[in-house]
Design a protein around this ligand. Structure first.
Ligand SMILES: [Mg+2]
Length: 258
C-alpha cells in the first residue's frame, strides 16, 4: 500500500494499487460515493458504518481538522449519512460549501427554475422503469444504473431538458448518472476556497476520488504541488487505490501516525 520510491505520474491504466506514505502535512479532500463507501444500487441504499465514522474522526484529529468531504450529494444529505459528525464539506459538486469554521455558502434550497425540468424528468422515470430521479433541490440527477438499456433515452431526455432551461445550468456526467446542475462550480472551485482557509491553508492538498467530477480537483492540486489519488480505473490520478476498502486502509495509515 505504501509508496516505494518517489516515482510519480501516470504509468498507464494497469498501474497497481499504491498510495503515498501517510503524512501529518496532508489536507484531505475526500469524495464519498465510490471512494469512502462502495456504490450501491441507489444513493439512498448507502450507509456509513460506525467504523468509517470513527476512522475519519481519528484522521481528522491527526490532521488538525483538515479533512473535507467533497461530494455530489447535498451537505444536508452528507450530514445525515455521517450523523452526528459534520465535516467541512462541499456539496453538489462545489455548488454548496461549509468551511471548517461552519460558514455556509450556497445553501440548499429548492430551485424553482428547475420546476419544468423536474416535471419532465419525473415523467421520464415513470415511463422508464428502473431509472431514478434524485432531486437535490438545486440539482437533478437522473440515474440509470438499474436500467442501462435506457441510457440513450436518458441522455436524450437530459439534453432536451437542459436546452429548455435558461443558461446557467449544465450536465455533469457520472457513473450511470447524468446530473443537471448550476454552471460555474466544480469540486476544484470548492477545494480552492478551502485552501485559502484554516486548517487547509499551507498543507499539502490530497484529493481522493473515483469519478469524472473528481478530475477537476485532481488537476488543481497537481498544479499546486499536491497529490491526486484515483480510486478504481475510471479516472487518472498520480496514484491509484483499487476500491473504497483500499482507501479506508490507507486512511488507517494516517490515523496510525504517532
Ligand atoms: Mg464518487
Amino acid at each position: 500500500m505504501m509508496a516505494r520510491g518517489g516515482r510519480m505520474g501516470y504509468v498507464g491504466r494497469r498501474m497497481r494499487s499504491r498510495a503515498p506514505a501517510a503524512s501529518r502535512d496532508f489536507g484531505l479532500f475526500l469524495d464519498v460515493d465510490g471512494t469512502l463507501v462502495e456504490l450501491q444500487e441507489t444513493p439512498a441504499d448507502v450507509v456509513v458504518g460506525e467504523s468509517l465514522k470513527s476512522l475519519l474522526v481519528e484522521v481528522s484529529r491527526r490532521l488538525q481538522g483538515a479533512v473535507a468531504l467533497v461530494s455530489g450529494r447535498s451537505i444536508e444529505t452528507l450530514d445525515a449519512l455521517f450523523e452526528p459528525l459534520e465535516f467541512p464539506a462541499a456539496g453538489l459538486h462545489g455548488v454548496e460549501r461549509r468551511s471548517a469554521s461552519g460558514a455556509r455558502r450556497g445553501a440548499s434550497y429548492c430551485d424553482s427554475a428547475l420546476a419544468g425540468a423536474r416535471l419532465a424528468l419525473t415523467a421520464f422515470v415513470e415511463s422508464h422503469p428502473g431509472t431514478l430521479l434524485e432531486d437535490k433541490g438545486r440539482a437533478l440527477a437522473l440515474h440509470f444504473r438499474l436500467a442501462p438499456e435506457f441510457e440513450t433515452g436518458a441522455r436524450q431526455a437530459v439534453s432536451a431538458v437542459v436546452r429548455s432551461l435558461a443558461s446557467g445550468y449544465h450536465v455533469q456526467e457520472g457513473k450511470m448518472v447524468l446530473e443537471i446542475k448550476p454552471y460555474g462550480f466544480t469540486k476544484a472551485t470548492a477545494i480552492e476556497e478551502f485552501l485559502e482557509e484554516a486548517p487547509f491553508a499551507g498543507r499539502t492538498p490530497v484529493v481522493v476520488g473515483d469519478d469524472l467530477t473528481d478530475q477537476a480537483g485532481f488537476r488543481l492540486v497537481e498544479a499546486l504541488g499536491g497529490i491526486s489519488i484515483a480510486v478504481g480505473h475510471r479516472v487518472q490520478g498520480q496514484w491509484r487505490l483499487d476500491n473504497p476498502a483500499a482507501v479506508r486502509r490507507w486512511l488507517a495509515s494516517i490515523a496510525a501516525l504517532p
